[in-house]
Design a protein around this ligand. Structure first.
Ligand SMILES: Nc1ncnc2c1ncn2[C@@H]1O[C@H](COP(=O)(O)OP(=O)(O)O)[C@@H](O)[C@H]1O
Ligand SMILES: [Mg+2]
Length: 337
C-alpha cells in the first residue's frame, strides 16, 4: 500500500561518507554521517579500498543512530532508499547490500537511488511547498549543469560542462595551491582572505548557451603559479584563490538565472557539494532577488554527500511506484535519467 507520507530510511555510501537519514513525508527526522575523510586526506584523495572498509565498519552505527535520533523503530519504516550509483563500486556495495538485507528482513520495498538525482532532490527537504517547474543548478565534484525540472521525475538538461566539473576545478586548484583534499572548502577559506585582483579567463560568458568549461581556467591558474615562481615574483595565494573563485562561480550564477528567465520559471534550486560555497550562495541569493526569483537552497550540510537527499529522492520514486528488485547491482556511472 502506497502511503502519502511514508517513513523512509535513506542510506548513502558512494564515496567516503557513510550516511543514514530518516524522513516522514518531506519532514527530515534525522541525518547522520560518519566520514572517513580525515583518513583519506592523508592520501590526497579517496582510496577506494580504504573507503569500502570504513563503510563496513560504520554502516551499522550510522543506521542505528539515524533510527534512534529520529525516534523511529525499524518496524515503522515504509521503505529503504539507497544509493546504487554513481560512485566507487566497493563503497556502493556496502550500503546497497546492507539496505537489501534490511529491506528483505523487514519485508519492505527497496528503492535504488541515483546519487546525482539525490543532490537535485535535497532542496525538497528545505521547503515543503517546493513544486516543479523550477531551474536547478547542479554543481558537484563530478557534474555541473543547469537543469530544467519539469516534474519531480522529468528533467531537461539545458547545458553542462564540456570538460571538468566545477568541484573538480576547485580540487585541482587546491592541489596547485598546496591545500588538502577535498579542495573546495579550503579554497573558499583562503579566498576569504584575498581579493578579486587577478584577471582570469572570462569562461563561456555570453557564449556557449548553458554550457560551461573549466579546463582553461584551471590551466590559467597552473600557468600563473609557474610563471610567478619562475620569475621569482611575490604573489598572493589568497588573491589567486579569490579571483579563481569569482571566475568559477559567477558564470554558474549568470547561466542559472538566465535559465530561469528563458524557461519562465519563478523558482531556482541548487544541489551538489559546490553549493556549500558561501560566496556562491550569497551571489545566487542576490542575483535571484534582483530578478524576483524565489531561491531554495539546501542547507550546506545537505549540499555535500548526505543520506537525507537520498531519502528525499527515495520519496519521489516511492510516490511514482518505482521500486527495485533485490537483484539490483551497484553501478560506477549512471546517467541522470
Ligand atoms: N565550500 C565549497 N566550495 C567549493 N567547492 C566545494 C565546497 N565544499 C565542497 N566542494 C566541492 O564539492 C565536491 C564534492 O561534492 P559532491 O556533491 O559530493 O560531488 P560528487 O557527488 O559529484 O562526488 C568536491 O569537488 C568539493 O571540492
Ligand atoms: Mg555527491
Amino acid at each position: 500500500m502506497i502511503k502519502n507520507n511514508p517513513v523512509i530510511l535513506g542510506i548513502e555510501s558512494s564515496c567516503d561518507e557513510t550516511a543514514a537519514a530518516v524522513i516522514r513525508g518531506r519532514t527530515l527526522l534525522s541525518d547522520e554521517i560518519i566520514s572517513s575523510a580525515a583518513v583519506q586526506a592523508k592520501y590526497g584523495g579517496v582510496v577506494p579500498e580504504i573507503a569500502s572498509r570504513a563503510h563496513t565498519d560504520a554502516i551499522g552505527n550510522a543506521v542505528k543512530r539515524a533510527l534512534d535520533s529520529a525516534g523511529v523503530r525499524k518496524e515503522e519504516l515504509d521503505a529503504v532508499a539507497v544509493t546504487y550509483g554513481a560512485g566507487l563500486l566497493g563503497a556502493l556495495l556496502v550500503g546497497l547490500t546492507y539496505a537489501k538485507g534490511l529491506a528483505y528482513s523487514l519485508d519492505l520495498p527497496l528503492i535504488g537511488v541515483n546519487h546525482i538525482r539525490g543532490h537535485l532532490a535535497a532542496a525538497y527537504l528545505e521547503d515543503e511547498t517546493l513544486r516543479p517547474p523550477f531551474i536547478t543548478l547542479l554543481a558537484s565534484g563530478g557534474h555541473t549543469a543547469v537543469i530544467y525540472t519539469k516534474t519531480e521525475t522529468q528533467f531537461e538538461i539545458l547545458g553542462g560542462t564540456l570538460d571538468d566539473a566545477a568541484g573538480e576545478a576547485f580540487d585541482k586548484v587546491a592541489r596547485i595551491l598546496g591545500l588538502p583534499y577535498p579542495g573546495g572548502p579550503h579554497v573558499e577559506a583562503l579566498a576569504s582572505a584575498g581579493s578579486n585582483a587577478i584577471a582570469m579567463p572570462k569562461m563561456l560568458k555570453g557564449q556557449g548557451g548553458f554550457d560551461f568549461s573549466y579546463s582553461g581556467l584551471k590551466t590559467y591558474v597552473i600557468n600563473y603559479v609557474h610563471t610567478m615562481s619562475q620569475k621569482g615574483c611575490t604573489w598572493s595565494k589568497a588573491d589567486l584563490a579569490c579571483s579563481f573563485q569569482h571566475a568559477a562561480l559567477d558564470i554558474l550564477v549568470e547561466k542559472t538565472v538566465e535559465g530561469a528567465l528563458v524557461k519562465h520559471c519563478k523558482t531556482v534550486t541548487a544541489g551538489g557539494g559546490v553549493i556549500a560555497n558561501g560566496y556562491l550562495r550569497a551571489a545566487l541569493t542576490s542575483a535571484c532577488r534582483e530578478k524576483g526569483l524565489n531561491l531554495v537552497l539546501p542547507a550546506r550540510s545537505r549540499c555535500t554527500d548526505n543520506a537525507a537527499m537520498i531519502a528525499a529522492e527515495g520519496l519521489i520514486q516511492y510516490r511514482a511506484g518505482n521500486f527495485s528488485p533485490l537483484t539490483l547491482n551497484a553501478a560506477a556511472s549512471i546517467p541522470l535519467r
